[in-house]
Write a protein that binds this ligand. Structure first.
Ligand SMILES: [Zn+2]
Length: 223
């Protein structure tokens, strides 16, 4: 998208941005925002677009910040939108109870995603996974809590996760999570969207496991 603006000195500046944000940072609705005005920073490293959310229930303005790439001829890339209201993800009760920290980190991952901080999303997911797996293991083996906390994630999965569905998903999520924090990728055909899906699957299987266990305990055989 090609745009232009005037500096305070009246000089006309032409620039290109990678595209408009597709989500409002305040109501979190998918929108095609309306461009109101554009400004460029001193030194022209950043450009700011003032946009209006077109959702009838919102209609609030927000600012999208774009940063210039290393190559000066490249389009400016979207780095953040704000002001932002935080959406609290709807986590199942059992997950909130077993690992509140997982829920907290996962919400921050969502914010990073909305701010197009792609590199941080993978690292955040890896950390969220570690809390989910370790907190779940601790809830199943409370007497080993200290040992579990100090363990490597892969070892914890192998030693304490017995449910095959949780085990197989958590293991693969950990492989991809390690890729996110290392210099060289081992699983080159997989990316952060696969990791997102695997963490989500792990969360679902943990929830299923705990709900099933609860009902078996509540309603013992032949009672
Ligand atoms: Zn909005």
């Amino acid at each position: 998208m090609n745009l232009s603006t005037k500096t305070l000195e009246g000089e006309e500046v032409y620039f290109q941005v990678s595209g408009l944000p597709d989500r409002c940072p305040q109501c979190h609705t998918a929108v095609h925002p309306k461009l109101i005005s554009q400004h460029v920073s001193e030194g022209q490293d950043e450009v700011y677009l003032t946009l209006l959310c077109t959702s009838r229930r919102c209609l609030r303005p927000f600012v999208a910040t774009y940063r210039r790439g290393f190559n000066h001829r490249d389009a400016y890339r979207l780095t953040s939108t704000g002001p932002r209201t935080v959406v609290h993800g709807s986590f199942p009760e059992s997950i909130k109870k077993v690992s509140p920290t997982f829920c907290e980190i996962y919400e921050q991952v969502e914010s990073a995603k909305a701010d197009a901080l792609k590199q941080l999303v993978g690292i955040g997911l890896r950390k969220a996974l570690e809390f989910l797996v370790k907190d779940f293991s601790k809830s199943e083996h409370p007497s080993d809590a200290e040992k579990i906390e100090g363990m490597r994630l892969g070892k914890c999965i192998d030693s304490y996760i017995t449910d095959q569905n949780v085990l197989q998903c958590a293991k693969r999520a950990a492989w991809l999570g390690n890729d996110e924090t290392h210099y060289v990728r081992k699983w080159s055909d997989k990316d952060v969207s696969d990791l997102t899906l695997l963490v989500h699957l792990t969360q679902n299987w943990v929830e299923n496991f705990m709900l099933t266990k609860k009902y078996i305990e509540d309603m013992p055989d032949g009672a």
